[in-house]
Design a protein around this ligand. Structure first.
Ligand code: FES
Length: 425
């Protein structure tokens, strides 16, 4: 039984919704029974959260007058104004979708230029509205560039506060001889520990507390944006809670984890089809009651752990470890799956546990070599036995070097942290 107690009121398209303050908008709305968050640009397909990690872009909504805000990365607060995007009058009943009947292949605005000028302007406005190209923000201030920021120098900078990053930072700082700071874009440390049914918040907090106890500085809501090699011998730009930090370190450790990927089948974008780790977050971190039936796709360790945890919490689970899915059923949200061989499975949500892809862009930008992994569909950082990349002073650990899962990522973090400490000794 869920112990979530709604304690604030937000307004979705003007209607009051009770929610838990501080939770992500996407989670609060889902828990309140809202299934469609927006419509897709051009084709008006229903959209809802998939990853709950800020990586897929499926949860964009208009929040407090700002368009294209990630609802999974925005905390709920009293009085917030939330709107569906690209739909009218509501996300689930979208009359703008009628445009698809007239333009079945999507609207091509180039064919709609006309004259005179006034008619052209009117038509352009109509195409923008129907095609979902958005409404401008009510205010412009939030879109301004970050303030020019501050310089910072540390011994070791770790990017990513998941199991690998926390373990690396902890091991590196243990002898108290160097300054170690960890940056993470999420609202709390833990990364994939938070969504894992066998670990969860308690394990994440324990590892973070251990790291803090040896002097590691943990900074959340702090996203590493880019590496600038030409600036003063190179610096890492961090959006640290809206303030730009220009960071230089004697060693950099990339522990940026991995991205959830979807499986390939028809209608795999239906609301209710989630990344398995997002379902893990709903159940483990946010304690959302998962009523009805969950279909879990995938045969990896995480799929099995999730199936076991949901079943033991009393949920109805259909684990499709090796079956091939042909299409999802349901017009606005998923109601079932058609499998190869003609079998049909009824379900209220789907958890896709495909092999996650390494989040290697930043390390790659810093010069690290990567290689394409056939399994997992992503580019993994190439490192040696000490976690060193081909670039001096740059290391990587955990899933960014190829998906390994929570325990192996943590072990890799410890060993890379040790190697980095030795290199600075
Ligand atoms: S970016 Fe919000 S659910 Fe993926």
């Amino acid at each position: 039984m869920s112990d979530r107690v709604p304690d604030c009121t937000v307004f979705l398209d003007g209607s009051a919704v009770r929610a838990v303050a501080g939770e992500p908008v996407a989670v609060g709305l889902w828990a309140a029974g809202v299934r469609v968050l927006s419509r897709s640009v051009k084709y008006h397909r229903p959209r809802a959260a998939f990853c709950l990690a800020g990586h897929c872009g499926a949860c964009l909504m208009r929040i407090d007058g700002q368009p294209n805000v990630k609802a999974c990365q925005t905390a709920l607060r009293e009085g917030q104004r939330i709107e569906h995007q690209n739909s009218w009058p509501a996300g689930e009943h979208d009359l703008l979708g009628a445009a698809d009947a007239v333009f079945p292949r999507g609207m091509d605005h180039h064919t709609m230029f006309t004259s005179p000028r006034a008619a052209n302007a009117l038509l352009r406005k109509m195409v923008h509205r129907l095609g979902g190209l958005g409404r401008l923000p009510e205010r412009g201030g939030e879109l301004a560039a970050l303030p020019s920021g501050r310089r910072r120098k540390v011994d070791v900078a770790v990017i990513g506060a998941g199991p690998a990053g926390l373990a690396a930072a902890l091991t590196c700082a243990q002898d108290g001889k160097r300054s170690v700071v960890v940056y993470d874009e999420q609202d709390r440390p833990g990364g994939s520990l938070l969504s894992h049914p066998r670990f969860g918040i308690a394990a994440a907090d324990a590892l973070a507390a251990e790291a803090r106890a040896v002097g590691v500085e943990l900074r959340c809501h702090a996203a590493a944006i880019a590496w600038y090699p030409e600036d003063d011998g190179g610096l890492l730009a961090i959006d640290d809670g809206g303030v730009l930090t220009k960071l230089t370190a004697r060693r950099y450790i990339y522990a940026t984890g991995s991205y959830d990927v979807n499986a390939l089948f028809e209608n795999n974008d239906r609301p209710g089809i989630w990344a398995a780790r997002a379902v893990g977050l709903l159940a483990t971190r946010y304690r959302v009651k998962l009523a009805g039936r969950t279909a879990i796709l995938g045969d990896g360790a995480y799929a099995h752990a999730l199936a076991e945890a949901l079943a033991s919490a009393g949920s109805n689970v259909e684990h499709l470890a090796s079956e091939r899915v042909l299409r999802a059923r349901g017009r606005l949200w998923v109601s079932g799956l058609d499998l190869e061989g003609g079998r049909r499975v009824r379900c209220d949500r789907v958890a896709v546990a495909a092999v996650p892809a390494p989040a290697s862009e930043l390390a790659r930008q810093h010069g690290a070599a990567v290689e394409l992994r056939a399994k997992g569909g992503g580019f993994a950082c190439l490192v040696d036995g000490r976690g060193a990349t081909r670039v001096d002073q740059v290391y990587a650990c955990g899933d960014v070097c190829g998906f390994v899962g929570v325990e192996a990522a943590r072990a890799h973090g410890h060993s890379v942290g040790r190697a980095v400490a030795e290199s600075l000794a």
